[in-house]
Every structure is written in structure tokens, then in C-alpha cells.
Design a protein around this ligand. Sequence first.
Ligand SMILES: NC(=O)c1ccc[n+]([C@@H]2O[C@H](COP(=O)([O-])OP(=O)(O)OC[C@H]3O[C@@H](n4cnc5c(N)ncnc54)[C@H](OP(=O)(O)O)[C@@H]3O)[C@@H](O)[C@H]2O)c1
Ligand SMILES: *[C@@H]1O[C@H](CO)[C@@H](O)[C@H](O)[C@H]1NC(C)=O
Length: 271
Amino acid sequence: VQVCKNFIKMAFKCWILSFEMLKGKRVIVTGASTGIGEQMAYHLARMGAHVLVTARTEAKLQKVVERCRELGAGSAQLVSGTLSHHTLTPAPLLSGGLDMLILNHVGKSYFSYFDGDVRHIQKLLDINFLSYVAMTVSALPMLKQSGGSIVVVSSMAGKVGFPFTVPYSATKFALDGFFSSLRQEFSIQNVNVSITLCILSFIDTGKIRTMSPAPKEECALEIIKGGALRQREVYYKYTLTKIPLLLRDWAAELLDYLVRQHYRVERPPAA
Ligand SMILES: NC(=O)c1ccc[n+]([C@@H]2O[C@H](COP(=O)([O-])OP(=O)(O)OC[C@H]3O[C@@H](n4cnc5c(N)ncnc54)[C@H](OP(=O)(O)O)[C@@H]3O)[C@@H](O)[C@H]2O)c1
Ligand SMILES: *[C@@H]1O[C@H](CO)[C@@H](O)[C@H](O)[C@H]1NC(C)=O
């Protein structure tokens, strides 16, 4: 019981710490018109951060910005448009600086056997990977100045081979390679910009109902906390990500088998 009490106390302190840490900080959240990104914007607003949200649908972003202002954001702005390898961060809008860049958007893909469409992979890489790279490059001078943070939202499908998500998985693995290598270089060069890679299990964003997904509000908070505390990686839900990943390097065939079993039970492919 005492251990449990201490744990709760520690978790609470941690929460307060990250809550306070973001007051007045300038944060960009991409893909914030819906889903986990939208919830991150609301948490940041409650924490008193200056938020800038992006996505393609301006009407939805407008509503998110209004809600952010109601919730107490230092300021709230939007930039609409599709993201690609050309994209520069809109950080200059945030009174010239940036403390945290949360890269979260994803393009639409299919849930089925790989259909051989190479163009789709190219397009998805542009949205899910190259735009992350381009925005990081353009934000880096500002992040170096502030000692800021980059938060990259990935998935279990970016750590383990999952069936029926070949294009998506490819783009998420690419993020791990790029950002984990970059983190090493930052460390060697004493660049004080943290990189947090977030490994998520299924989250309830209203699309999949059968996999007993975890709540997007809590997920969004865990991501922000991990970024504020400059963690290397975030695992949410922990038991569905970190624990299976322990198998990955020691019993890869077993993990592959369990993943296949899971899909057989939970969701047969459409095609
Ligand atoms: N939900 C899950 O179960 C789950 C599991 C593991 C990992 N994740 C990861 O968590 C992150 C958020 O997922 P989510 O489920 O919240 O996604 P979502 O609800 O589908 O939202 C995606 C966001 O990206 C924007 N977007 C889509 N295409 C875009 C483009 N070409 N250019 C710019 N913005 C674009 C969308 O807005 P517009 O359509 O208005 O552009 C939307 O705001 C993603 O990185 C995803 O891979 C999610
Ligand atoms: C790096 O940046 C963080 C957050 O801005 C700051 O707390 C820390 O002191 C910085 N570290 C160094 C070595 O400058």
C-alpha cells in the first residue's frame, strides 16, 4: 500500500511538473483538427501554452482554436494546408520562437494486404515522413535557441511488422531511423534539443471499435508529458507497447506469431 501511495504521489508531482512547464511555451501541433492532435491542443491550452495548430481542414481548425482560447491558451492560431517535403514550420507566427514541435499528422492509407501501389507509398512517405523531416529542419534554429523539444508521434506499427498496414508501417519505421539517429548526433554535438518518439497502441479516435482502443484524451496528455520531461520515448498504453517490445529482440518469431493471432481474432482483412 505504501509503495502504491508513493507511486501515486510521484505520478502526481510529475503531472504538476509537466503542467507548469508548458505555461507560456510556444507549441506547434500538426494534425490537430481531430483525433489525438486535437486533444493535445486542448491540454496545451489548459496549461496556458501558446498553441499553433495545423491540418488541411480550416473550418475544423477554426473550432479547435476557439476552444483553445476558451480553455485558457496564451494564444491560439491556425495554419491550414497539406503537409509535404516542401513544408516549413509556421513557427515565426508564434512571436518569433518555438519551444516544442509536435509532429502528429498522418495521411490516409488502407487496411488490407499490400496492393503493390508504389505511388501510394511515395505519397504517404511525403506526408508521414518527409514533411516531418522538412519541418524539423526549418524549426531547428528556433528550437536550438530555446533549448526546445521535438515530439514525434509514431505507433507500434513503427517498431514491429504488422500485417495490413504495409505503407503506414514503412513511414513510421522511417521516423524511428531518422529521429533516433538525429538524437545521437544532437548528443554528440551538445545540441540541447530533445527528441521524443511516441509508441502508441490503438487509440479511440472514432475509427476502430473492435480493438478496445485506449482513450485519446489520456494518450494526448501522456505524449505532452513525455515531451515536457524530455523523455527518449513514450509508450502508451504501456502494457500494450513496452511489454510486447521486450519480446521483439529476444523472441521475434514469438512476437510475430502473437501479432498474427491477434489480427486473426480481432479483425480479418477486408480484401
Ligand atoms: N488512432 C490510433 O489508433 C493510432 C495508433 C497508433 C498511432 N497513431 C498515431 O497518432 C497520430 C494521430 O492519429 P489520429 O488517429 O489522431 O489521426 P486522425 O484522427 O486521422 O487525424 C489525422 C490528422 O492529420 C491531418 N492530416 C491528414 N492528412 C494530412 C495532410 N496531407 N496534410 C496535413 N495534415 C493532414 C488531419 O486533418 P485534415 O484531414 O483536416 O488534414 C487530422 O488532423 C498519427 O501519427 C498516428 O499514426 C494513432
Ligand atoms: C537544455 O534545455 C532545457 C530546457 O530548455 C534546460 O532546462 C536545460 O538546462 C538545458 N541544458 C543545457 C545543458 O543547457
